[in-house]
Design a protein around this ligand. Sequence first.
Ligand SMILES: Nc1ncnc2c1ncn2[C@@H]1O[C@H](COP(=O)(O)OP(=O)(O)O)[C@@H](O)[C@H]1O
Ligand SMILES: CC(C)(COP(=O)(O)O)[C@@H](O)C(=O)NCCC(=O)O
Ligand SMILES: [K+]
Length: 259
Amino acid sequence: MTFLAIDIGNTRLKWALFERAQPGAALLQQGAVFLEHIDNLAELEWARLAPPTQLLGTNVAGDAVRRRVEAQLECWDLPPRWVVPGLQVAGVRNGYDHPTRLGADRWVALVGARSHVVRRGAPRPALVVMVGTAVTVDALDAEGQFLGGLILPGHGIMLRALEAGTAGLRVPTGEVREFPTNTSDALTSGGNFAITGAIERMHRHLERHCGQPPLTLMTGGAGWKVSPALDIEHELIDSLIFDGLLALQQASDAGRPTV
Ligand SMILES: Nc1ncnc2c1ncn2[C@@H]1O[C@H](COP(=O)(O)OP(=O)(O)O)[C@@H](O)[C@H]1O
Ligand SMILES: CC(C)(COP(=O)(O)O)[C@@H](O)C(=O)NCCC(=O)O
Ligand SMILES: [K+]
């Protein structure tokens, strides 16, 4: 009963094969490919996998990308299932004005974060930070209510926007410094502090709202770049979306509809 979890972002597709669809299940294999290369998945990365028996994915990269991935999945007799954010699932309630318009990756990461909170004992709020193509900072209260969150450009998008919009900013990546004294360091530090500043701000909002500091969990391909500069106690959990997909699949197997 293996379970294939797929997370399609705007830059890369990440996948992980688990022994079963249960939080904490053994990870058998995983991989990540840039979207340019997804048309070779069946031929390359997935060619060596034993056919999975269950599949659940998130996609925020649009319908054309989804169809390309579905074409690759035809190598197995496995109908694709994609998460659509709903009103409530696996202990999380969706506070978005239009619940289905919330990014599926954000919804699933919230479910993953909630499962971490619950597993650790006393209920507490959670701040869920994803550093991918874009950065999202989402607030979950101690009861599992999604209060809302921020979307901001990721570091690459910030730099490209500055390059495109100015005459004099075409410089290689620099270092993060408190008082940058050259253009490269100024750009790198500006982007980094824009992101960490937003996280710290949202952390403050959530602590004030709930009267308790949140468990702060960070994930995403560029999380390791942001983590060292974040002055808040937090944990990097690369698998947060997969943890959410495992919890959702388990809920679905138990007869609680999720997609
Ligand atoms: N191997 C890598 N080395 C350095 N940075 C990476 C690597 N992979 C991803 N990144 C960074 O992570 C970002 C993409 O992360 P990812 O979580 O895959 O995004 P998305 O979910 O939006 O596709 C890239 O913009 C890049 O900054
Ligand atoms: C905010 C996002 C672009 C993040 O995408 P990513 O960085 O993971 O590629 C994605 O979650 C999305 O398209 N969301 C839909 C809009 C929303 O959440 O309000
Ligand atoms: K993502």
